[in-house]
Design a protein around this ligand. Sequence first.
Ligand SMILES: CC(C)(COP(=O)(O)OP(=O)(O)OC[C@H]1O[C@@H](n2cnc3c(N)ncnc32)[C@H](O)[C@@H]1OP(=O)(O)O)[C@@H](O)C(=O)NCCC(=O)NCCS
Length: 248
Amino acid sequence: MNEWPTPPTFPPLPPHELHVWRVSLLPREGRVEHLRGLLDNGERIRADRFAFDHLRARYTISHGVLRLILGKTIERDPATLQFETGDRGKPALIDGGDVQFSLSHSGELALIAVTRGRRVGVDVEYTGRKMPEPGFVERFFSKAEIAAYTALPQDQRLDAFYAGWTRKEAYIKALGEGLARPLHSFDVSLAPNDDPPALLCVHNAPDEPARWQMRSLNPGEDYAAAVIAEHPDWTLSEFSWPETWEPR
Ligand SMILES: CC(C)(COP(=O)(O)OP(=O)(O)OC[C@H]1O[C@@H](n2cnc3c(N)ncnc32)[C@H](O)[C@@H]1OP(=O)(O)O)[C@@H](O)C(=O)NCCC(=O)NCCS
């Protein structure tokens, strides 16, 4: 696994870069209370709807750190940031200039992807080393993906499944269409180690794959993740958000 370093100071975000931050969602002493102070009323109401403390904490940490990262990126007070939600649920910054972001959380990790002037989607899944339920691949993957998946030996299928799932979700999230975009209407590559992975084909939109660049991410053992963003070429940097202090 690569390192995902914590930078000593907050890194600037030039237009040709894409930053993915790995955020631990463990509720260290005082962390949830501090980050809750950054949330707006709507976010606090959403947090309070979770029946379990650990889910409330995960929501609060991921949205609080999202505010810190975006606030530093556009040099604004994180508590004053405002968000709007697209027709199909994709959140965006109001008055955020060209900054675009995507958030994903699973298990004890969140990933936050930030870039400028291009649509971006990130997805992380805790795999728990669990194979998908019977029929899941047939239900959600495209014909080409099902064929690629079933051609693999059994011992490669777990990684291929999560590689495919996170790549598909990342693309759906970049588009912002949620599940209005049928998951079987486009094909991604499945081989876990084929970095860079690819959006191979979007049915009825032959030019679409050339518009996007995809990367797989390795944020931790038993996690799979992928990020996709529009061209022109960008370079990826991976960072860990500190659990106990904030970079200046
Ligand atoms: C909502 C969805 C966009 C992603 O959901 P998910 O993978 O369960 O959750 P993630 O943690 O990755 O992403 C959630 C975040 O995405 C963002 N989001 C919500 N709707 C979004 C949309 N339409 N577009 C982009 N981002 C969206 C929000 O920031 C949300 O965070 P929040 O709930 O804390 O506010 C949607 O694609 C979905 O429900 N997918 C699951 C469907 C499935 O079964 N897929 C099988 C894949 S093979």
